[in-house]
Design a protein around this ligand. Sequence first.
Ligand code: ACM
Ligand code: ZN
Length: 532
Amino acid sequence: MILFASALMCLTTAAAAQPKACFDVIPKPHKVTAADGDPFTLSARTTIVCDAVLASEASFLQQYIKQATGISVKVGGKASRNTIVLRLDKSTVGDEGYNLYANANTITIAAPTAAGVFYGVQTLRKSLPQGKARSIEIPAVIVSDFPRFAYRGAHLDVCRHFFGVNEVKTYIDMLAMHNINRLHWHISEDQGWRIEIKSRPLLTEVGSKREQTVIGHNSGKYDGKPHGGFFTQDEARDIVAYAALRHITVIPEIDLPGHMQAALAAYPHLGCTGGPYKVWQQWGVSDDVLCAGNPETLTFIKDVLGEIVNIFPSQYIHIGGDECPKVRWKECPKCQSKMDQLGFKSGGKRPREEQMQGYIMQQAEAFLASKGRKVIGWDEILEGGLGPDVTIHSWRGIEGAVEAARQGHDAILSPGSHMYFDHYQSRDTEHEPDAIGGYTPVEKVYAFNPAPAELSPEQTKHIIGVQANMWTEYIPTFSQIQYMALPRFAALSEVQWCQQDARDYDSFLKRLPRLVALYRTCGYNYAKHVVE
Ligand code: ACM
Ligand code: ZN
C-alpha cells in the first residue's frame, strides 16, 4: 500500500480530463489514507446497495450525487460491480463514526449506526467535484472517521424575525452538510411567541404578532409594519421529522421566566403589574417577566412544557433562564410574599430574587424529569442553584461551563466571543449588513479551543459539546442568515468534529473552496471574506 497525504491526492487531479473526487473535505476526517489500485468510476451504471434500515441514507446519497454532478445512480439490488454499499457494521469506531473504503469495484460505507453511515455519505458527497459530468473518478481510499463531541449544535432564533417551515428545513440541510446534529430552536421571546400551544391559544393569536419593529439599534423610530408568524404543532412535528431523517435532534427552547413579554401580551395576568402589554417592538431585555408570586405562573409553565414534550421527542428541553431582570419582582406584593413563604432571605450569597428564579427553574426541571426529559439552561441559572441533572449552556464566556463542570454538571460551550454568529465577520462594517456588534471572523471561530484550561481531564468530560448561536434581531431575511452562517459553520464544524491536534487553519482554508462550491450548487448565500 502506498500512503499519500490526502492533499497530494487532490493536487494530482487538477490537470486530469475526468473529474475526480477528493477527500479534502470539511470537517476533516480523522484519517484519510490513499490506497493502492484503480479508482472507482461513479456513473449512471453505479448502484447503491444498502441494508433496509439505511434506505433513507441511500436516498440522500442518490440525491446528493444527482445534485452535484447530474448523474442518476440507481438504488437497490445486490452488490456486484460498480456498487456503493451502505451497511451497518458493529465493529467500527464510536456511535457516529464510519469507515469508507473505495476500490475499483466498490465503495463501502460501514458504521455502527445509521447516523455514522449518514456522516460517511456526507463525506462522500463533499468529495465530489461540482458540475455536470458523465462520470467521476473516486480514488482508492480508506477513510476512518468519528466526531470529537456528541453534541454539535447550531441555534436559530425564529422570534426576533420569523422564518417559516421551508426556511427552517433549509437551515437543517445546512447543518447536515456540516455534520451538526442538534438544532437549538428558539421559539419564545419578548418579540414573538412562535409555537402553537392548544391550551393557551392566545399565545399565538396575540403573542405571535407585533404591530411594528424598531428601526436599527433601538433608534426610537419604528417601521410601521406588522411582523408575525408561528408554527402549528403539526408543522413543528414535520420539522422534527425532517431533522431526524438527517440525524439532527431539534431541541426547543421556551425561555423562562424572562423574555416573556409576548406571552404577557396574550395573558397579562401572568405579569406582576397585570399589563396591558404589547408584543415587544424593540430589542433588548424586557423588565416584564412572568410573575413569580402568581400560582398560575407554574401552571402555565407546566401546561406549555407538557405540550412541548408531546411535539419534541428530544432528550433535552431548553428552558432558557437568561437575562431575567428582577425589578418587577422587587416591587410586586405577590412575588414578595411568595419569597417570604419559601423562606428566601436577602443578604446571603444568593439574593432572594435569584433563589426565586432558581425555584421556578427547578419546578420546570422536576416537571420535565417526570416526563423523562432533561433540561438545558443558560449559564445565569447557576446563580439560582441547580437541580441535580441540569446541563449548563455557557454563553457569557466559558466561565459558566467551567463552574458547571466543577459542580459535576454537563455543559455546552457557546461563548459570545467565538460562537455568536450574529456578530460582524469583518472589520469593514460599512460594507456589511447591519449586525448586533462584535467581531467574530471565520479565523476566530476556528481558533476556539473547546477544552477550558481550568478543568481537569475528568471535569473536561462534562463539556459535551459546542454550539453556535444565530440571534436574529438584525437578520431580517433568510439569505442574510445564510450569509452569517456560511462559511462560519465550516469553521464551527471542525471545532465540533475534529480532534484538537488535527486542526490547522491553513489546511482548513485550502479545503474550504471545495465546500464553498457545494454551497453554490445548493444556492446558499455565503460570506466571501476568506474565499474570494
Ligand atoms: C443569550 O444570548 N441571551 C443567551
Ligand atoms: Zn410578581
